[in-house]
Design a protein. Structure first.
Length: 168
């Protein structure tokens, strides 16, 4: 068994298992209701200054917290996969919550764009091959559908970039 998987704490809600998206993913062991906490992101904070595209693509599992600060996730956070139609988002800095009801057996996903502000960052989506970019690239309608499941810092980045007033 993979050392990282064996170190994951027990959860009644989720497990790490084979993913239809990429390698391993987080699979619901039972139905999870909208708004429910799915798991808490844990790991070491990483300070990283981005000066080039190479720097922006470093730390492929890292989850952004704010400018030049990420978490290198351990446990469930290491296995959360990207989706352009996610069923989870992040409240606060570390709470992964269901954005809609998730059925038993369904994979929990987030939109990686919601945790990245660096314009040089990008990735290729494994499902459809589309390029995924930082939060500024999310269309307004989609961005609004994610709220309140976008970390406050990244809401500020999006709103500032698009000259939107802060939502209360």
């Amino acid at each position: 068994m993979n050392k990282e998987i064996s170190a994951i704490p027990y959860s009644k809600k989720i497990k790490v298992d084979k993913s239809k998206i990429h390698g391993l993913g987080i699979i619901a062991k039972r139905n999870i209701k909208k708004g429910e906490i799915v798991f808490i992101i844990k790991g070491k904070e990483k300070h990283w200054q981005i000066k080039s595209e190479k720097d922006a693509l470093y730390g492929d599992c890292w989850i952004g917290i704010k400018k030049n600060l990420w978490i290198d996730p351990k446990g469930f956070g290491r296995f959360i996969n990207h989706s352009g139609k996610p069923n989870c988002g992040i409240r606060g800095k570390l709470l992964v919550c269901a954005m809609r009801n998730i059925k038993k057996g369904e994979e929990a996903t987030i939109d990686y764009s919601t945790t990245e502000e660096e314009p040089l960052w990008w990735m290729k989506n494994g499902i459809d091959g589309k390029i995924v970019k930082s939060i500024q690239s999310i269309p307004l309608k989609k961005y609004k559908s994610y709220l309140p499941f976008v970390p406050k810092y990244f809401q500020m980045v999006y709103n500032s970039f698009h000259n939107l007033k802060r939502r209360e």
